[in-house]
Design a protein around this ligand. Structure first.
Ligand code: ZN
Length: 378
């Protein structure tokens, strides 16, 4: 028995962004357009529509960014939200769509730093058009916001946040620079891996996550080294979409538990932080699982992961860890100290991460000492 929460429609394929303009009249009359650093790139995607534009977002949105965008949308009478960009842009659009539908403020719903009140009503229709392959935010039911005064990131979360349309056109990722391809692609792989070993998985998330791992592992280096490789970009876009579907339904593990806390403390790309932690978390989880029960089902899962990553039927868990280490090293992802996290901060990170919601899908409980061990080796 399981529930599977998905966007109402998923449209996937090269060139399909051309269908966006024709979709919109069926969804609403006044469009709020959320974009990243270069809005002119996307100006022609909406056909003749004249959207309400907001200040482009370059980073994960803050509570104030969301509030300002929502006020602008309300004043202009926007009744549909289109977000074209990376995960931060999609999260901003998702949050604004839910606030427009409910007449509420971000702090009403925000977990941890806000009141955490459950969302009562549907969002206005939200169309997600990702331009990076990584976060899977087009398929998830939460928006991550930064609260600079608290120094942490927190989510608004509700099934009502699932997109009306997730329009995934891999050609939009062709211009992603190598560093973004690396960090977002490694995030996508992590978001397939953690749900695959999560105790909250089900047969549908298993299938989707395994397929995302297989496709992503085979294409990531090619997409990084040859950005114009359309086939590799299409595989990574699927890996990202499948990771989003998997995490929205099967939760994440210790990589995201730690990365969420670290992301609130230092200014580093989320995917790069995940990448530096990934191999170490697999090792610590596998050791903890073996100490408890050498036949733990999660150990068989890690064996599957190793075979999917390496493409070899005889791969061991250790081969999978080596594959992760080599791939991260080949893509020049900076270590934790290079992004500004000092060992003096490790105990605080471990304590906060141990209580974080992202830790719920970890296949084995980890204590603060085990989390500190991960940080020391990252
Ligand atoms: Zn992630």
């Amino acid at each position: 028995m399981f529930d599977l929460a998905l966007p109402r429609r998923v449209l996937f394929g090269p060139g399909r962004v051309a269908e966006l303009a024709a979709l919109l009249p069926g969804l609403g009359g006044r469009i709020l357009l959320c974009t990243g650093r270069d809005p002119s790139r996307h100006a022609d995607l909406l056909g003749g529509a004249d959207p309400v534009a907001i200040k482009p977002v370059a980073h994960e949105p803050t509570v104030d960014d969301v509030r300002a965008a929502t006020e602008r949308a309300r004043a202009a009478g926007a009744d549909v939200v289109v977000a074209v960009g990376g995960g931060s842009v999609l999260d901003l659009g998702k949050a604004v769509a839910i606030l427009l539908g409910n007449g509420t403020d971000p702090l009403d719903h925000l977990e941890v730093v806000g009141r955490g009140v459950a969302v009562q009503r549907p969002a206005v229709p939200f169309v997600a058009v990702p331009t990076t392959a990584g976060t899977g935010a087009e398929a998830t039911a939460n928006a991550t916001l930064r609260s600079p005064e608290h120094g942490i990131k927190a989510s608004i979360r509700s099934p009502h946040m699932l997109a009306a349309v997730a329009l995934v056109d891999p050609l939009l990722t062709l211009t992603c620079p190598p560093a973004v391809t690396a960090s977002s692609g490694l995030d996508a792989l992590t978001q397939c891996l953690e749900p695959y070993v999560s105790p909250h998985g089900n047969p549908a998330t298993d299938a989707v996550a395994a397929e995302g791992l297989r496709r992503g592992a085979g294409a990531l280096r090619r997409a990084y080294e040859h950005g114009d490789d359309r086939a590799a970009r299409a595989e990574m876009a699927l890996c990202s979409l499948f990771g989003g579907i998997a995490l929205a339904n099967a939760k994440l593990g210790a990589v995201h538990g730690l990365a969420g806390v670290i992301g609130g403390m230092v200014d580093a790309p989320h995917g790069a932080v995940c990448a530096t932690l990934l191999a170490q978390v697999v090792e610590v989880n596998v050791r903890a699982l073996r100490e408890r029960d050498a036949n733990a089902p999660a150990l068989r899962r890690y064996g599957d992961v190793a075979r999917l990553l390496t493409g070899r039927d005889d791969a061991t868990i250790e081969d999978g860890v080596s594959w992760l280490r080599e791939t991260v090293a080949a893509m020049n992802v900076p270590a934790l100290d290079a992004v500004g996290l000092r060992p003096t901060g490790f105990a605080e990170v471990a304590a906060k991460a141990a209580r974080s919601s992202s830790m719920q899908g970890n296949p084995v409980p980890l204590n603060e000492d085990q989390l500190i061990a991960v940080l020391e080796r990252s």
